[in-house]
Ligand binder design. Sequence first.
Ligand code: AMP
Length: 401
Amino acid sequence: MKILTINCGSSSIKYKLFQMPGESLVAKGLLEKIGEETSFFRQEVANQITETRRPVKNHDEGLKLITESLLSGSPPAIKDIREIGGVGHRVVHGGEGFDRSVVITEDVIARIEEYQELAPLHNPPNLAGIKAARRVFSHCVQVASFDTAFHRTIPEVAYLYAIPFRFYTQHGIRRYGFHGTSHRYVARRAAELLGKGKYDLNAITCHLGNGCSVTAVRNGRSVDTSMGLTPLEGLIMGTRSGDIDPGVILFLAERLGIEMAALNRLLNRESGLLGISGTSNDFRNLLAEREKGNQQANLAIEMFCYRLRKYIGAYLAVLGQTDAIVFTGGIGENVPLVRERSLSNLQSLGIILDQQANQEAKGERIISQKESKIAVLVIPTDEELRIAVDTYTLAHSHLSG
Ligand code: AMP
């Protein structure tokens, strides 16, 4: 059976096609600028790349173009649309309703619609993708995987904000957390690699990519995470500020007269690594700039590491006993400097990095010394593959049930 995973933005669709249960990637692609004259489409099948520009009106047309491309080409990724046995959708906000991936029904759609208010930028395009895929792939089961699901076990003391309680009860304002699919996966893999049961592991998982978040995992379950009501809170990210005194926002609005839409752009798109460095949100570029002596790039990197270190310290205290610290995501997997800076000189807390292992090798690995009480691991994540695994499991039981 093949499983298609879909990640829909307001004007984009990213997708991957996996052969299951072997988990091999058959095709991947991207459609951008939906709704414009020059929509851009790129697909990769067996190292063959196809690129086209042509107008694509909406997500329905986009999915039809994707299906045609999967069926054509030499070799085609699929010979018949029925080879696709399930479609897995990344859904950003599952509110308080979903603690796992689910088969999409009318009721599930209605609940995702309810949570639109909490994720106005993300849930509407996710839903547009779901509705389009139900029409285009009507023969197979559709599954929703929620970024928030793994964090449903966070206790009240950690998920509430200290504003009047009625904002929680009336409007659902609380910490929800994101990147749950990735945090859950690397926590499970870390347990396996350390020979522990999945509900026996206490870990701090650091997902460091374009978006960044840290999660405290107690007995295999999320008990705190750095992202909040939205993915803006917590660590410094590519273009997001992460934690900031709310007073700064009041100052920007009241004293500098910055409008709400501009504030939103400033905090989500113009801040973080980009805002501090003034050159790039991409860590590779910042490392290159730093090598050339660019002080602002260096400052952005140091601030990024400092904020991460602070969160790791906080979550060591939250967990008490900790078995592992796990790094994942483009930065977490590939930048030894970040791991070194965030964990250096913490012998007194039981963390001793193996400097050589930290610099070397790729793929899954332990990078702490044997005598380190807390193991440090690098575990590559693949959120789409995790969504595909959930979709395959549910599609399988749907067919056999
Ligand atoms: P992700 O969202 O997980 O794809 O991560 C994207 C971030 O990881 C960007 O800031 C990239 O610059 C960074 N990244 C990916 N690969 C590398 C690498 N080999 N070295 C340094 N940074 C990397």
